[in-house]
Design a protein around this ligand. Structure first.
Ligand SMILES: C[S@@+](CC[C@H](N)C(=O)[O-])C[C@H]1O[C@@H](n2cnc3c(N)ncnc32)[C@H](O)[C@@H]1O
Length: 273
């Protein structure tokens, strides 16, 4: 039994149980490529200045393309295994690109990096790993403290739409199969809802992976973690308390208006002057 903002959550795992807690699971994250958000972050970095901070940078999915584009990037992540993948990608990109990037193992709730930065990014729902309101606020305040005045935070959250909230325990959210030639495996991923607590705003998610190697060996892995969803105006209040001014909320990575049916809820928030 976990507890979030004073509300008990059956089945929730403690924060230390991160899904990317070993090397094999970190590699599985990269088996399902996603790039729809990259043009937006490249555009923001070009517009805001080239010192970029990415929190929960993971395996470098966003950070490496930013460094390739000529920006100076610092990436912070809690998982040494995800950071090791990012380091490998930077090494493969060559010394000039790698020289523009810094990777730091740390916790987005409390960190101190040399700054200031022009742009900060928290991509693909990584903020949802913070399950308590004080943790959310600590992280946002730490970001604000690392941005120059007028610097921008891009915060990509999930829109907790009613249909998503009402998916009952046991429902399968996704079922993906992917060949990964670089790893010599085929991976099937099934994501299931374990529990949903509307009072605590926490859904516990289980990702099950079946990994079939080219020699026929089958390995099964699963991870389970609490996902804290945040409503639009709750996020706005949090950002404002942390010292930001809301500049925009988009419903997609092409700056679509945020609307009832949006799946994404992406904030651009500027550190207040
Ligand atoms: C789903 S991955 C996303 C990685 C990356 N943001 C991307 O867009 O590909 C989530 C990442 O959040 C990291 N993470 C979770 N809680 C964290 C925390 N408190 N501080 C820093 N990183 C954290 C995990 O280690 C993992 O690499």
């Amino acid at each position: 039994m976990g507890e979030h903002d004073g509300v008990p959550v059956p089945g929730a795992l403690v924060q230390a149980d991160q899904p990317w807690g070993d090397a094999a699971l970190a590699r599985l994250y990269d088996a399902f490529p996603f790039a729809a958000d990259l043009p937006l972050y490249l555009e923001l970095a070009a517009a805001e200045g080239d010192r970029v901070l990415e929190l929960a940078c993971g395996s470098g999915r966003v950070l490496v393309p930013l460094a390739r584009a000529g920006h100076h990037v610092a990436g912070l992540d809690a998982s040494p295994h995800m950071l090791a993948l990012a380091r490998d990608k930077l090494a493969a990109a060559g010394p000039e690109v790698a020289a523009r990037a810094r990777l730091v193992r740390g916790d987005m709730r409390a960190f101190a990096l040399d700054g200031p930065f022009d742009l900060a990014v928290i991509a693909v729902k990584s903020f949802a790993y913070l399950v308590d309101r004080p943790d959310q606020l600590r992280a946002l305040r730490a970001v604000a403290a690392h941005l120059r005045l007028g610097g921008v935070l891009a915060l990509d959250l999930l829109h907790p739409a009613p249909a998503w909230l009402l998916e009952p325990p046991g429902s399968l959210r996704q079922d993906l199969v992917q060949q990964v030639p670089a790893q010599g495996v085929t991976v099937a991923r099934t994501e299931a809802v374990v529990s949903i607590d509307l009072a605590a705003q926490v859904r516990v998610i289980r990702s099950a992976y079946e990994v079939v190697a080219d020699d026929g060996t089958v390995t099964k892995r699963f991870v389970e973690w609490p996902f804290r969803y945040t409503y639009r105006f709750e996020a706005e209040h949090l950002l404002e308390r942390a010292g930001f001014e809301i500049e925009a909320v988009y419903g997609g990575y092409r700056r679509e208006p945020f609307a009832s049916e949006s799946r994404t809820m992406l904030f651009l928030a500027r550190r207040r002057e």
